[in-house]
Design a protein. Structure first.
Ligand SMILES: Cc1cc2nc3c(=O)[nH]c(=O)nc-3n(C[C@H](O)[C@H](O)[C@H](O)COP(=O)(O)OP(=O)(O)OC[C@H]3O[C@@H](n4cnc5c(N)ncnc54)[C@H](O)[C@@H]3O)c2cc1C
Ligand code: SF4
Lengths: 305, 546
């Protein structure tokens, strides 16, 4: 015979914060969308959006790896590589986002290819770091060891950039297979990010119900854009879901800022709590991927027709 | 020194442990109002039970001799200053292996010893509840693991224990409510050593938050846990069950030392006498629960002797105070090439229970032990070097320069229940005029063999991790027993529900209930027992059996 469960601390502050955050993020998303001014045909627009998506991914990685490697005191010189490469990627991808007609130029392509390849090397490095700890491939090491998500995001950014160039290459497959493959890649990117967020929110014991958001909406978006790769009609579902995912990408840092507040000393103690609390720069990865996804939809639909 | 002179929980309010300077409303009772339960002690046993009973609708007053701390304001990162957390009233200690009493085994204050405990939250090995019949030593408990398991779960949920996804020992279990903390460098030394010699290790399940919980902050890994946690990450009784108890209508009386349990002519308890605000007072109660821990509980029962009960309460068979146990705690230390900074994060973060679950013939002793990584703070460490290794002056200063490279292990070692290890009362009196306790303790031959064996295991692990210049020391930790529970009135002090055999409205609910000591830290088991007792008492009330 068990007594009634313990009354948990009130959820009211959590609900209020969630409502305010989602409203703010939706407003910001709406403003962003209005400011977004795509030009040219569907391929140009796709290239531009892929560039923007890559740029957002790079900002996220640059800040995240700078903060985390700073926390690790840049003990190994190689720890400068991640943030530096993310900055390089940011430059190249921003260039594409604003000047999509140059997406297929050699320089930005080489830069983004290098960034993507560095992401893969980083992934290998981080995996090695995890495996050499006692316990090897244990949940604990995956929780607290070097993350797989950040270098993988660099690789994605590189890929998006290279694909942006391909969209304008004038090759045959541009209007047929490439948009479909890109949609599949975006579905995969979303699922990877969902896995990372889900795993880290599991580490946080889903203590705030809002922590379930990134493991519910983005997987649906991934499913729908994955479906759209097969049947372009699914793009109709993909659009609102990708938009919702983008809003989450904006809401994330606000939620995480509140999470930092809930640590000892909160923002008064920001130098410590920015390191110890939830990562501020991580969630915009969802915004980046969703932006790229939204950009590829028209090309996808055209390819279907 | 950390000190609170005046009671804080008065005039219908109690300190709000989550907000600086704020209060929460508290129901208060008059001394003459006969409450359902008067509980002596608000620690792992008493505080937990007070909450359970109040939530079940009983009127409850919980007394504690110590203050009602405000962790966010009172506690500072100062080893010396925090000494006020311990029970340091005069006690006599003797026997062949006298136990050092104070900081390492008794707390004084609302929340009891859980305010400065190290938060290790382990379940008993299931067979230990029947260790006589299943493992051939010690005594059987009157309850089984199966009976206690739901209450372990309840206690773990209430404390939001942060534990590993799968714990290698004991039975399959429900997932811990919160995830395990990152293991500090000292814990990783244990991990590497265990992997080197091929025994399993695990991150420790700890009662400190790895994520926010309501107003409580997650752990900041400062490592001051044994000196009171100033962030409320530690899920002590003070910040978990006590706020719940207050919310459910219990009264907590801080700085209220209970001196005697009052008996009526019908052989039942009528209430108790306590000292608060400079005066002795009387509280009427239908039931009295003693939860003062393994020394103060027997002491209070013995000090409450009266014409009817000349040898003390519940002591017809002379067992009150006997079969006191501690956990033996030899430690092995060494120097690592790399920096460890063992003082970072909670002191114990990794464990091996290998020798608790090893029933092979390789062991030359009965019982078990677990060992944990250690994280002594600087003042305590310097003190230990001076006392245990005779270091002083330049030598001590030089040794302290190696402090960042020290790694150590210490066991929680089972000791046997022996009748002559006991708590009695002496003729000397304390500041309240109450006879002080005399504690006698000697290890058995088996206890000594266990200690020697454990030193060998710890050496092997430390050497496996690369530690050099190993040395050992000795300590003891938790206290258990003194009012053991059982199924036979001739052979135990209380029954399986903690109810005294001879006085039906007198109960015991704390670490003194333990018939055997097991090889893990006791508080989770004490809290599971308290949760179970709460449910049992509610059930009895419904059936009219109180
Ligand atoms: C430094 C340290 C580290 C520990 N680490 C761990 C750990 O990691 N894991 C673990 O499981 N256990 C640990 N323990 C042990 C654990 O804290 C105790 O076993 C547990 O708290 C005992 O619970 P209790 O209810 O029996 O007594 P306590 O929690 O000690 O509570 C007893 C309370 O009763 C009060 N009291 C006593 N007599 C009277 C009286 N006459 N009148 C009024 N009040 C009275 C006292 O002031 C005290 O507050 C640790 C203990 C210490 C000291
Ligand atoms: S290390 Fe964690 S549990 Fe220990 S005192 Fe600091 S915050 Fe509290």
């Amino acid at each position: 015979m068990l007594a009634p469960r313990q009354p948990e601390p009130s959820h009211r502050p959590l609900i209020a914060v969630a409502a305010a955050t989602v409203a703010t993020a939706t407003g910001l998303g709406w403003l962003l969308q209005r400011a977004w001014n795509p030009k040219g045909d569907v391929n140009h627009r796709a290239a531009q959006a892929l560039g923007a998506g890559a740029a957002i991914l790079c900002i996220s990685v640059a800040l995240d790896s700078a903060i985390e490697h700073y926390r690790g005191q840049f003990k190994d010189r190689a720890m400068f590589v991640g943030p530096t490469m993310a900055l390089l990627g940011l430059g190249a991808a921003t260039y594409i986002a604003f000047r999509p007609e140059h997406a297929n130029d050699r320089l930005p392509k080489i830069a983004l290819f290098t960034v993507g390849a560095t992401g893969l090397i980083g992934l290998a490095f981080h995996s090695y770091n995890i495996l050499k700890r006692p316990g090897e491939l244990s949940a604990l090491n995956l929780f607290y060891g070097a993350p797989a998500g950040a270098p993988a995001a660099l690789t994605l950014a590189g890929l998006y950039g290279v694909i942006a160039g391909e969209m304008l290459s004038g090759r045959d497959n541009v209007s047929t297979r490439l948009p479909k493959h890109t949609a599949a890649l975006i579905a995969f990117s979303l699922m990877g990010t969902v896995a990372e967020a889900g795993f880290l929110h599991f580490r946080g014991a889903f203590q705030d119900p809002a922590m379930y958001a990134p493991v519910t909406i983005p997987p649906l978006a991934a499913l729908s854009i994955g479906a759209a790769a097969l049947t372009p009609r699914a793009a109709a579902f993909a659009e609102p879901l990708l938009k919702a995912t983008a809003v989450l990408g904006i809401a994330g840092p606000i939620f995480h800022a509140y999470g930092i507040h809930r640590n000892m000393g909160g923002w008064h103690n920001w130098t410590q709590m920015i390191l110890q609390g939830p990562p501020l720069p991580a969630p915009p990865a969802f915004l980046g991927i969703a932006a790229a996804g939204l950009g590829i939809l028209p090309a996808l639909q055209e390819a279907g027709e | 020194m950390l000190e609170v002179a005046e009671p804080r929980a008065v005039a219908g309010r109690a300190p709000d442990v989550f907000r600086e300077g704020k209060w929460v409303p508290m129901r208060t009772y008059d001394d003459n109002e006969e409450v359902d339960f008067a509980i002596v002690g608000t620690g792992a046993g008493g505080g937990t039970l007070a909450c359970k009973l109040a939530e079940a609708g009983f009127s409850v007053i919980a007394f504690d001799a110590g203050p009602f701390w405000r962790p966010l304001e009172d506690f500072v990162s100062d080893e010396r200053d925090q000494g006020g957390l311990y029970w340091t009233d005069e006690r006599i200690t003797g026997g062949a292996d006298p136990i050092e009493l104070g900081s390492n085994n008794s707390g004084r204050g609302v929340g009891g010893s859980t305010v400065h405990y190290t938060m290790i939250a382990l379940r008993w090995r299931p067979e230990w509840f029947q260790c006589r019949s299943k493992l051939g030593y010690g005594r059987d408990w009157p309850i089984s693991f199966d009976e206690l398991e739901p209450f372990y779960e309840e206690a773990e949920e209430a404390l939001k224990i942060s534990g590993p996804i799968s714990y290698p020992w004991s039975r399959r279990r429900k997932r811990y409510p919160y995830r395990a903390h990152p293991v500090n460098a000292a814990g990783l030394v244990l991990a590497r050593g265990c992997e080197a010699i091929g025994v399993q290790w695990s991150p420790l399940p700890l009662a400190t938050l790895s994520a926010p919980r309501g107003m409580a902050h997650p752990c900041v890994y400062r490592g001051f846990c044994a000196y009171g946690c100033s962030t409320n990450a530690k899920q002590s009784v003070l910040v978990t069950f006590i706020p719940r108890a207050l919310n459910a209508g219990a009264e907590v009386r801080d700085l209220a030392m209970v001196g005697k349990i009052e008996m009526g002519k019908d052989g039942k308890a009528t209430g108790l006498t306590y000292h608060r605000g400079g005066a002795w007072r009387r509280q009427k109660a239908k039931h009295v629960v003693v939860a003062g821990y393994a020394i103060e509980t027997p002491r209070l029962l013995l000090n409450s002797k009266c014409d009817q009960f000349r040898d003390g309460l519940a002591n017809e068979n002379g067992l009150v105070g006997t079969h006191l146990m501690t956990h033996s705690g030899p430690g092995v230390w060494g120097i690592m090439d790399e920096e460890v900074r063992c003082y970072k994060a909670p002191p114990c973060m990794a464990v091996t229970e290998h020798w608790n679950y090893d029933d092979s013939d390789k062991k030359d002793f009965r019982g078990g032990y677990a060992f944990m990584s250690q994280g002594p703070l600087p003042v305590g460490w310097a003190e230990a070097q001076a006392i245990n290794r005779g270091m002083w002056g330049m030598k001590l200063r030089q040794e302290m320069t190696r402090y960042n490279h020290v790694a150590g292990l210490r066991i929680v070692g089972e000791t046997e229940p022996q009748r002559h290890n006991r708590v009695e009362v002496a003729d000397e009196k304390d500041q309240y005029g109450l006879p002080i306790p005399r504690v006698t303790f000697s290890y058995s031959e088996n206890d000594r063999r266990l200690i020697e064996h454990s030193k060998g295991s710890m050496r092997a692990v430390l050497e496996g991790a690369g530690a050099k210049e190993l040395w050992t020391d000795h300590d003891t930790s938790h206290l258990m027993g003194g009012c053991r529970m059982g199924d036979d009135p001739d052979d135990s002090v209380v029954d399986r529900d903690g109810r005294s055999w001879s006085i039906p409205n007198l109960w015991v609910c704390d670490g003194s209930l333990f018939p055997t000591s097991g090889g893990v830290n006791p508080s989770l088991t004490i809290q599971a027992l308290a949760c179970r007792m709460g449910d049992r008492i509610s059930g009895m009330a419904k059936r009219g059996e109180l």
